[in-house]
Design a protein around this ligand. Structure first.
Ligand SMILES: Cc1cc2nc3c(=O)[nH]c(=O)nc-3n(C[C@H](O)[C@H](O)[C@H](O)COP(=O)(O)O)c2cc1C
Length: 158
């Protein structure tokens, strides 16, 4: 089956792990674990993330005019699991803060973060591709990334 071969091929593409986040009109945070993040353009700086139509956070992403990408470190496997778990518990007790340019939620202790203004929403099969222009970004030095390969969390070995 093509579907199976497709999944097996994609599972062999090692990625980092991000938590993509937005706020709703009431200022409440929403987010999901996403490894479909990619940089897109340098000038202007642009990135994308693909969100499943069925994801609880999908319509929040569609309605928002900005989003943030939080790139997880190897010590944040718990955050990856949390943001793929029950939607109403994802931000419970979490010390997030609004990004300086867009207000999109930034998570504590991440390896790096990007704040983006949403410039395109592209329908692609069962996902929407959200393309954002990066408005601010930062990173936290020497930590190592959380890696995902063959459906498991891995540590980077250099
Ligand atoms: C490692 C990993 C990567 C994921 N990447 C994506 C992604 O890129 N896009 C997406 O829509 N869902 C992705 N998911 C699934 C979401 O995190 C989440 O589990 C899904 O949206 C179901 O959430 P819901 O219960 O809020 O609908 C990923 C899950 C894991 C564990």
């Amino acid at each position: 089956m093509l579907q199976d071969a497709f999944r097996e091929a994609c599972a062999r593409y090692a990625t980092g792990i991000t938590v993509a986040t937005v706020t709703d009109s009431g200022g409440r945070p929403h987010g999901l674990t996403a490894n479909s993040f990619s940089s897109v353009s340098w000038k202007p700086p642009m990135v994308l993330v693909c969100v499943d139509h069925g994801a609880t956070a999908h319509d929040r992403f569609y309605a928002a005019d900005s989003f943030a990408i939080n790139i997880l470190s190897d010590r944040q496997r718990d955050l990856s699991i949390r943001f793929a778990g029950p939607a109403d518990e994802r931000f419970e007790g979490l010390d997030w803060h609004p990004g300086p340019e867009t207000g999109a939620p930034l998570l504590p202790g991440v390896l790096a973060w990007l704040e983006c203004r949403t410039v395109h929403r592209v329908e692609a099969g069962d996902h929407t591709v959200f393309i954002g222009e990066v408005k601010s970004a930062g990173g936290t030095g020497e930590a190592q990334p959380l890696v995902y390969f063959l459906r498991q969390y891995r540590l980077l070995q250099l």
